[in-house]
Design a protein around this ligand. Structure first.
Ligand SMILES: *Cc1c(COP(=O)(O)O)cnc(C)c1O
Length: 343
């Protein structure tokens, strides 16, 4: 049975699996000093059309935390949205790995930061008793399934630059944002002012692993030591990197992301038309949020559906993955319609 709790409930996509098996040949050097890892880093440089530094870690929490730690000192602060994964779902890891840098959570419509909120957080105080803002982190696609357009990113990056802040992007669902907007990865990252991108692999269909991509290569100084100390340097690195090779080949990553987005749009349309339930946020990527009567939620769970209702701004969250089928979407919509009628 397929579920909508998270896109990380899905398995490994065939392209990644095939590449992983292909990498399982003979003995090769460990800790990333192998041909697979070199090739993927080159492919990512081609994809992003720039000379960037690429590192692979096991998960998104580590990617975000270590990237943020690389961008600031312990007495600095990081401006984030109040529903940002770094704030609500990483168990204090960004603060821990940065030895105490503080997250400054601010509000914003539709899960998005605004230039005004950044400026306010920076200028609110400028005395020595306040943790000095040094980084802005934004999530693309956001935690509520919306997407920043390049002009929005540029405006945020400009506000950040003006106040001497670096820009980090949590791209756990960067693929879905790229597919949703139909723009190039470069346009949604360094060309819009992003310094460091955590490019999510897991939710895109890899078995494990995220790429930390430094567009400003000076910021990557000693990053491999940081990864090693944090227990994030894979000795058999080829099994983290090779699946990327498979998914980057022939645009599989983008096809899978576009499919997940299309399933989310199908779900949103079904809920609106069939059950009269409008989505709480624009469905720009692969997630749909909707407010369901609690009896409907209970009914869905009784029928075996797994989904979350504590993420983002409330409401039930339904995430679509690379392998979500139209039939599964329609069955969920049908169940919601039946349950809504009964209540
Ligand atoms: C899933 C997710 C991550 C990564 O989470 P891990 O469980 O640590 O891999 C990071 N940011 C966002 C927005 C996510 O949804």
């Amino acid at each position: 049975m397929q579920h909508f709790a998270s896109d990380n409930y899905a398995g490994v996509c065939p392209e990644a699996l095939t590449a992983m098996l292909a990498a399982n040949e003979g003995h090769v050097r460990s800790y990333g000093d192998d041909e697979w890892t070199r090739q993927v880093a080159d492919r990512l440089r081609e994809l992003f059309e720039t000379a960037c530094d690429v590192y692979f870690v096991f998960n998104g929490t580590a990617a975000n935390s270590l990237a943020l730690a690389a961008l600031c000192q312990s007495y600095h602060s990081v401006i984030c949205h109040q529903v940002a994964h770094v704030e609500t779902d990483e168990c204090g890891a960004p603060e821990f790995f940065s030895n105490g840098a503080k997250l400054l959570a601010v509000s914003g419509e539709q899960g998005k930061l605004t230039p005004a909120a950044i400026v306010d957080a920076v200028t609110r105080r400028c005395d020595i008793h306040y943790p000095k803002p040094k980084v802005v982190t934004l999530t693309q696609a956001t935690e509520v399934g919306t997407v920043y357009r390049p002009d929005e990113l540029r405006a945020l990056a400009d506000a950040a630059r003006e106040h001497g802040l670096r820009v980090h992007m949590d791209g756990a669902r960067f693929a879905n944002a790229v597919a949703g907007l139909g723009l190039s990865p470069a346009e949604l990252s360094w060309r819009a002012g992003v310094d460091v991108l955590c490019f999510g692999g897991t939710k895109m269909g890899l078995p494990v692993g995220e790429a930390v991509i430094f567009f400003d290569r000076r910021l990557a100084e000693d990053f491999s030591y940081r990864c090693k100390q944090a227990g994030q340097l894979a000795s058999k690195m080829r099994f983290l990197s090779a699946p990327w090779l498979g998914i980057l080949e022939n645009g599989a990553w983008l096809r899978h992301a576009a499919h997940a987005n299309a399933m989310a749009r199908r779900l949103a349309a079904g809920l609106a038309e069939v059950a009269g339930l409008p989505a709480l946020f624009p469905v720009d990527a692969n997630g749909v949020f909707v407010r369901l009567p609690s009896r409907v939620e209970e009914g869905l769970r009784a029928r075996g559906w797994l989904f979350y209702n504590f993420i983002g701004a409330g409401g039930a969250r339904f995430m679509c993955a690379w392998d979500t089928t139209p039939e599964t979407v329609d069955r969920l919509v049908g169940d919601i319609r039946e349950l809504a009628r009964e209540t």
